[in-house]
Design a protein around this ligand. Sequence first.
Ligand code: ZN
Length: 408
Amino acid sequence: MMQHVINKVIAIFLLAFVMASCQKAPPSIQGLLYSDGSAVGIEITDGIITGIVPLGTGDATPELYVAPGLIDMQINGYMGVDFSGPDLSLDGIREATKALWKEGVTSYLPTVITSPHERLITNFAILSQAMDDPEIGMSIPGFHLEGPYLSPVQGFRGAHLEKYIRPPDYNEFQEYQEAAGGGIKLVTVAPEMEGSISFIQSAVEDGLVVSLGHHNASADVITMAADAGASISTHLGNGCANMINRHHNPLWPQLSEDRLAISIIVDGHHLTREEVRSFYKVKGPDNTILVSDALDLAGLEPGEYTRGERTVLLTPDVVKFPAENVLAGAASPISSCIGKMMQYTGCSLEEAIRMASTNPAKLFNLDDRGEIKPGKRADLILFTIEEGKVLVHQTIIAGEVVFSLKAD
Ligand SMILES: [Zn+2]
């Protein structure tokens, strides 16, 4: 009788052990891996990727691609929230961040453009609160200051207001950095401005990424800027006058300088297909970064809006001045630029995602994101490609679903 009981207990233990082994939690996320299209399960523990497991032949094939969350290092606002505007608030940034999650953006650098001194101080202080916010802080690893140290010349200054443009001043910049709680990670400057080269040196020494933009620098000055540590060009091909010398202009030296990566706006409006193809052939998938450079109007319903003293027309993918029918700014989220980049250049999905996630993560030493690998934060997007466009179905940050198309 005793032996019978012991056998029974052993049998129960064995059964429990076998069941526990079989019940090993199934991979949390299943999808077609963006890099090679293979069906995988991604195991996540405490918000961190712990494994990538090929799905068996018996498993249903997933319908959605899975890729690392997108990282946009140049975005001026979203859903009517302007990061440089007079009404910026923590609630507004929260709204913009949540709207960006719907487009697969899991990290971004709110971009503050040329503005009055007090506005820069105020807005960076508000943005620094967002960086520390428990709900959205994980999506905001830093900020981009584009201006006020740019070329004041029409054409090169673009939409930046001339009256606030000034030569670089590192002491003044440090006031902004202090207001930002040290959060400014990227600064775009015109290298030909008085004092720019020493500004670039100081910024790079302090760990910032310096980008060249809205400038008309000569080849020599661009070389000096790269010597000083500038490492990228901001939205190459834009922030440049229409009438430039065909030999001596800022484009060739930035393209030929191997120490400069580039960011580009591939929304179908800001650059031609041929520009994008040529830039990409020169810089390649490791030195090209996709940015939206979206205005605050992005994400809103198409129609006419008033900005400052001007009426602008928001179409589904760009902002125009309706009277002149010329571009006023970008309005396509970075997710839209991925399909366009593939269409224009013939690059693979893996390369397009590299340019919209992996490369910006590396540029800012965000070692915890930008790739699907064990040890990385589980920032993931699940998506389909519909008629050449990325359609985000689900966005996950640190293992938590923050957007689901079905639930929306
Ligand atoms: Zn710009």
